[in-house]
Design a protein around this ligand. Sequence first.
Ligand code: HSE
Length: 416
Amino acid sequence: MVKIAVLGFGTVGSGVVEVIRKNGESISKKAGEQIVVKHILDIRDFPDHPDRDLFTKDIEDILNDDEVSIVVEVMGGVEPAYTFTKRALLSGKHVVTSNKELVATHGSELLSIAEEKNINYMFEASVGGGIPIIRPLNQCLAANQITEIMGILNGTTNYILTQMIKAGQSFENALKDAQEKGYAERNPAADVEGHDACRKIAILSSLAFGHHVDSDQIHTEGITKISLEDVEYAEEMGSVIKLLGISKKVGDKVCARVSPMMIPKEHPLAGVEDVFNGILVKGDAIGDVMFYGRGAGKLPTASAVVADVIDITKHIDRNNRFIWKKSEREILMDIGESNTSYFVRVKTDDKPAVINTISKMLGKCSFISIDNPSTEDEVAFVTPEKKEKDLKNVLNSLNNLPFVNSVHSVIRVDKE
Ligand code: HSE
């Protein structure tokens, strides 16, 4: 019998306890041992809960209990999760987590402790909710050099964008809806400003490229500036707008960013809708492989957490070699040096002057218009592919021209 403790009885923690109870028999068969929840840590009281006797508010009850061999940390946030995880690992207990913030921030240190202690720190649920992606990257695709990862990594923003695209719903209403369904983070800024997706692409990059990629250094933009007019322009271009996390190997550097992008409707990620996540991985042997599924929600995330618990139970005596190290040199490439193409809208009282100037400054652009009165005073176009820093310079100069009222809605375009 393997005894576990669950730290945090929120959406994911309660899902973990529910899945273990509901599927206990088949889980035990697959794990080769019965898996039993012995403690649940939470600062709140649950006097009427059927498992009320398992609750504790004192982490020492768990850390000092030699019968507990696996700790499931599903508290979220860096502290006290970091302290509890480190102490659990140092005391020889395996740890499973869904906490992307902690993995992205302290993953390399916690993985090193697990390696030294010959135990495991596993985090399948930290990226893509219920989608298997961490284990495939580390095991099934281990024969490959990974060259690129591109993903819709946040269910809340994908839900919001899908509502805007399919139902013409406002950003605010769609966000409220996502929060009610339990997809959103406690602080929705983490979703809509792209920070959640950023932590996930940092974890995937670190794992795929073997060096710690610092999430604080990744260029990150969210979807708060995307309007229904932008969605209409994308439709006119045969594209959709998605919030993408992208990480590419460029020489000995990694080029990573999170930003909204217009992608053609034929792109494999374009059909990933609602709360679903999709992750496209390119490997030198396998070519393209795509992972798709529910990226958020109680039971999908619990499914990934419990899978890690089962995996550890099957290999309780050895470390699984999930590892990345802090690099001594700068791993991330300057985003200004990367090539891209922008969709831009320029508000003006003199459209011919704008078209003329843009063409002179940028070369051949594609101009787009939509049948919407609110866009009558603007020129919208897609730039040729250029270095980001050069495009930014051109847009800054445009903003200073007397016949330009404002430059806005700058969205990257994937032309592939
Ligand atoms: N808020 C996250 C999302 C939850 O919407 O994807 C899963 O990490």
